[in-house]
Design a protein around this ligand. Structure first.
Ligand code: OOB
Length: 538
């Protein structure tokens, strides 16, 4: 069967190079899981609370679900939104979908009707896989709304499908007698999954990742982190996040026969209990969690002696805080600068402390190509700040179904414009100094300013809106909405309700509202955010 391709691939000569170098090994994730089940058969692969799966058990459970999904009518090439919290069902569903050649679209638990409907339409999905309830929210209600909006065919519920007619219980699909197969297996250079980009121009874009490139991402990260069969990885942040999935994350650990432990919540108490109970050797968190982890460690109640590496990334870790981590936690700090689009930089475990404290690491692959350029796309001298452009064996060549946006997001020779302002040290370490893209990084959660401004403009009486970042001691950045209005301006409460009613994820609600008489404009008549910040935020 030919699967229609709606995304941009690597040019053949580069693909050949990546294969020749051994980066792309020609194995799908479904095939890899089958191999792991042989090599690591009786070892524990996955822990979720009191539930455990060995590699052999994981493979069988995945094969059952793969069969169940195929019987339901999910086919190779179909896209399916996967929105599950850190539970084993995510792992089982993810592997079952990719083994089938269906493509999981990685939604986050925080996403609501606005985001999910957008994803469902953009990827023209065949199904939507949700939890019944999680975090005081009923995802079945959300699924019913999305189905109403988009007419999507299949809603699959992990847990109780409730009264909704037509919703299928995941447990029912998992009860299928496993058949060998699938009948029409995917190829290693097929689209394997779609990740969400942080977005800078409206609604989120989708990042296509292949079996080959995503496997390499995870495998190479696992090498850099020196993972072995004895490694135990704690998934703290959402498992659907690229960071938790493959940097090295779940997939890196499984490739080497280690154990993946899912934390049901990101707080330090839960995490520390699991570190002690499961002998966790590596965990990955974001900067806002760091002070909480340090405070909990200071209480000294849990035995953290197994922890060798603490990864911190997804937003800039302050140099001072980095130094405190090294001092207070008896483990190695590793800074992580990554993106759904691909490029992953990690500080090395044997890097000197000053580099670990002040840089965001070195690219994981010798074939990652980095350019630091000025606004005219000219490379700046080493050590000077510019925008980071990159291409390589696991960095996308174009967003999914976004031909027009791709014209701007990539150079003619295929470099991705990251929108990050960086400088390089003589050792090749990347230091992230700022951002050229119109995005707010709220403690690791990326907020697309244009998207939020669109929602703000729908508020009654709002004439113009601009969302900017201001420093926040905990989050690094928080969002400030500038508005010009006719009549009464909305207050914070009204804003929260308005965003909720529009089905927008709660983290996108502006942290602060400032009403101004007029927006400063640039020479070409766009809102001048620099001046706004300078005038009002100091
Ligand atoms: C990770 O992925 P995304 O797609 O949510 O966000 C990517 C963007 C980067 O372009 C950069 O602006 C920012 O997040 N970022 C950092 C950072 N790590 C990511 N900015 C400063 N310092 C860092 N250490 O956030 C992500 C993906 C894989 C692994 C880790 C993080």
């Amino acid at each position: 069967m030919v699967v229609a391709q709606d995304w941009v691939n690597w040019p053949p000569e580069l693909a050949e190079r990546y294969r020749g170098a051994g980066h792309w090994q020609g194995l799908t994730f479904g095939e890899q899981l089958a191999r792991w089940a042989v090599s690591y058969a009786g070892r524990t692969a996955l822990v979720d609370g009191g539930r455990r799966w060995t590699y052999a058990e994981l493979d069988v459970a995945v094969q059952r679900l793969c069969t169940g999904l195929a019987r339901l009518g999910i086919r190779r090439g179909d896209r399916v939104i996967l929105q599950l919290p850190n539970r084993a069902e995510f792992v089982l569903s993810w592997f079952a979908l990719v083994r089938l050649g269906a493509v999981p679209v990685h939604a986050m638990p925080a996403h609501r009707r606005s985001e999910i409907t957008h994803l469902a339409r953009l990827a023209d999905v065949a199904g939507y896989l949700v939890a019944d309830q999680y975090g005081h929210f009923d995802y079945r209600e959300l699924a019913a709304q999305v189905q109403q909006d988009t007419g999507l065919r299949h809603v699959i519920v992990a847990g109780d499908p409730g009264e909704h007619t037509g919703f299928v219980a995941l447990a029912e699909l998992m009860a299928a007698d496993p058949e060998p197969g699938p009948a029409d297996p995917p190829a290693a250079d097929d689209l394997a999954l779609l990740l969400l980009s942080g977005g800078t121009t409206g609604m989120p874009k989708l990042v296509p990742r292949t079996h080959d490139d995503y496997s390499y991402n995870a495998r190479r990260a696992a090498e850099v982190c020196e993972l072995t069969e004895e490694s135990v990885y704690l998934a703290v942040l959402p498992i659907a996040f690229n960071y938790t999935m493959s940097c090295p994350g779940m997939l890196g650990v499984l490739q080497v026969g280690g154990k993946v432990v899912l934390a049901p919540a990101p707080g330090p108490q839960t995490a520390f209990e699991l570190i002690e109970r499961e002998g966790v050797t590596i965990a990955a968190i974001n900067p806002p969690l760091v002070p909480h982890w340090l405070a909990e460690a200071e209480r000294g109640e849990a035995d953290l002696s197994s922890l060798r590496v603490l990864q911190v990334g997804s937003a800039r870790l302050a140099d001072d805080l980095a130094a405190v981590v090294t001092k207070k936690l008896d483990c190695r700090l590793q800074q992580v600068f990554g993106m759904a689009e691909g490029l992953l930089c990690l500080t090395r475990l044997d890097d000197p402390d000053d580099l670990v404290h002040t840089t965001q690491g070195v690219p994981i692959s010798p074939d990652d190509e980095l350019r630091v350029v000025d606004p005219q796309d000219q490379e700046v001298p080493l050590g000077q700040t510019g925008e980071l452009l990159t291409r390589g064996p696991y960095t996308l060549r174009g967003y999914y179904r976004a031909a027009e946006h791709n014209q701007r997001a990539f150079t003619a020779d295929g470099f991705y414009r990251t929108g990050d302002l960086v400088r390089l040290t003589p050792t090749g370490h990347v230091i992230v100094v700022g951002r050229a893209k119109d995005q707010i990084n709220r403690g690791g959660q990326k907020i697309d300013a244009t998207e939020v401004e669109g929602h703000l403009l729908a508020l009654p009486g709002v004439v113009s809106a601009a969302l900017v970042a201001e420093p926040d001691p905990v989050l690094g950045e928080r969002s400030v909405a500038f508005l010009t209005c006719t009549g009464d301006a909305p207050d914070a409460k009204a804003l929260t309700v308005f965003f909720r009613d529009r089905g927008v994820a709660a983290y996108k609600v502006p942290d602060r509202l400032l009403v101004v008489d007029a927006m400063p404009l640039t020479a070409v008549g766009k809102v001048d955010k620099k001046t706004l910040k300078h005038q009002y935020l100091g």
